[in-house]
Design a protein around this ligand. Structure first.
Ligand code: MEV
Length: 467
């Protein structure tokens, strides 16, 4: 049976990818009950410059339009004494504001200190070979020489830039599966994320491996057979890692909402971090807050946020339990908070220079190296996490969140610019909630309140019957 869309139109579309963009657009719009309005709306998101639109279309398959996300910036981010204006692409309303608050807070307390701990990336050829392990181990040094020589045409340029293949190891995995081994290679891919470089080297290793075993001396006929399962980089790069630290004397933390002293704040903050160390439920949310900041920079610079997230979450579970990526290292009288996170980023290759806004982001950041970009991304992770914990252990998160969400709620109710202006003023002094905003708009629209927004009492608003 042909599956149907809720609009009762048939969903199966053979040969869709072969259609032109116009044809695809029409076919898809035909699925909407208001086909011509849908087409108008979808087209309205096309870029006005057809050359740029073509470039965007060609990043992916079956493209019919663009999906917009806000591109925001956080000024005054001080990292290792240098001030950056950091671009962030994110849809969640409070993320940029939270990062900006943290950046401001730490800018007068020494800023963020970041350093890249290591830059190694990993790729694997997974294969089956049914022979005596010692034989393979004895052959491996010669095989390794051939891997290096046979990939020189790929690695030459990377070596000129200071990178290349750092090591190649044989890993015996036969305790998991009879005959299962890995060629595990370690790479330095300099300023590129390196996925294509690594995968090209690995596929070459796989060919060399098969040929080598065909010709190697002293093997039985059955030992000449190699089944290559797959050759692929690993997105888990625990040794491509960056660390970001914020620290200051405790008293310099100042005082906090609710009259919390610096000492009390540090104690509650430390407990919050402890909770995220021991409880996977909290650790997941804690780390999600870190990735609010990291992903936004990764996206703005055209990097692969799925790879960055997958890597970080595996790292967070490296001892068998999922834990916080941050830790407290405070000592007597000193607040010190550390984020340690692995990530593979590039500033050349991929979309980094192809996407016009990714190119602009890198320019805005002063053309950073990949290592510098790792430090910037980690810093924004730290900034967002610090802001989140600071709110959580003082005022609670909803106050700030809902303030930031106010415009979304107003837009939901199709508030006019004037209504928004009045509402923003009113909710500066009153608690934002979906219902409160709805009641406020009802009151405004029904003329139940008038004049300056500041004069409206919350009691009047809460008394208004919800429509
Ligand atoms: C919301 O996007 C992120 C937070 O939940 C993070 C946290 O709880 O630490 C606020």
């Amino acid at each position: 049976m042909n599956p149907v869309h809720p609009s009762e139109k048939p969903l199966r579309m053979d040969g869709f990818s072969k259609l032109t963009k116009e044809e695809k657009l029409k076919r898809i719009c035909g699925l909407f009950p208001d086909a011509s309005e849908a087409e108008r709306e979808i087209r309205s998101f096309w870029h006005m410059d057809p050359n740029i639109q073509k470039q965007l279309d060609e990043f992916s398959e079956n493209t019919i339009t663009n999906f917009f996300f806000p591109y925001g910036v956080v000024p005054n981010v001080v990292i290792n004494g240098r001030t950056y204006t950091v671009p962030m692409v994110i849809e969640e309303s409070s993320v940029v504001a939270a990062a900006a608050k943290s950046a401001k807070f730490w800018s007068t307390r020494g800023g963020f200190q970041a350093r890249v701990v290591s830059v190694e990336k990993i790729g694997q050829v997974h294969f089956i070979w049914m022979g005596r392990p010692e034989k393979l181990k004895a052959l491996f040094p010669e095989l390794k020489t051939q891997f290096l020589a046979g990939t020189r045409h790929i690695t030459g340029n990377m070596e000129k830039r200071g990178g290349g293949i750092l090591d190649i190891q044989l890993v015996d995995m036969t305790h998991h599966e009879p005959g299962y081994y890995q060629v595990k290679a370690i790479f330095d891919t300099c300023d590129s994320m390196g996925a294509n470089f690594i995968n090209s080297c690995l596929e070459e290793f796989a060919l060399i491996l098969r040929e080598f075993m065909q010709e190697a001396e002293g093997l039985e006929a059955t030992e000449r057979e190699v089944t290559v399962i797959m050759s692929i980089l690993s997105n888990y790069t625990p040794n491509c890692k960056v660390e970001c630290v914020v620290e200051c004397p405790v008293e310099e933390l100042g005082t906090f909402d609710g009259g919390l002293s610096a000492q009390e704040f540090m104690r509650k903050f430390s407990l919050a971090v402890k909770v995220a160390q021991v409880d996977p439920h909290r650790a997941t949310t804690h780390n999600k807050g870190i990735y609010n900041g990291i992903d936004a920079v990764v996206l703005a610079t055209g990097n692969d946020f799925r790879a960055v997230e997958a890597c970080g979450h595996t790292y967070a579970a490296r001892d068998g339990q999922y834990r916080s990526l941050t830790r407290m290292e405070s000592s007597e009288g000193r607040f010190r908070y550390v984020l340690e996170v692995p990530m593979a980023l590039g500033v050349v290759g991929g979309l980094t220079r192809l996407h016009p806004m990714a190119r602009r982001s890198l320019e805005l950041l002063g053309h950073p190296s990949a290592q510098e970009l790792m430090m910037i991304a980690a810093t924004m992770g730290m900034a967002n996490n610090f802001a989140a914990l600071k709110s959580l252990v003082t005022t609670g998160i909803q106050k700030g969140h809902m303030k930031m969400h106010l415009l979304n709620i107003l837009n939901h109710f199709e508030a006019t610019e004037k209504e928004k202006e009045l509402a923003v003023e009113y909710f500066k002094h009153n608690k934002v909630s979906f219902n409160a905003v709805r009641s406020y708009l009802v009151a405004l629209r029904e003329g139940l309140i008038e004049g300056s927004a500041e004069k409206i009492s919350p009691e009047v608003i809460s008394d208004i019957k919800l429509s």
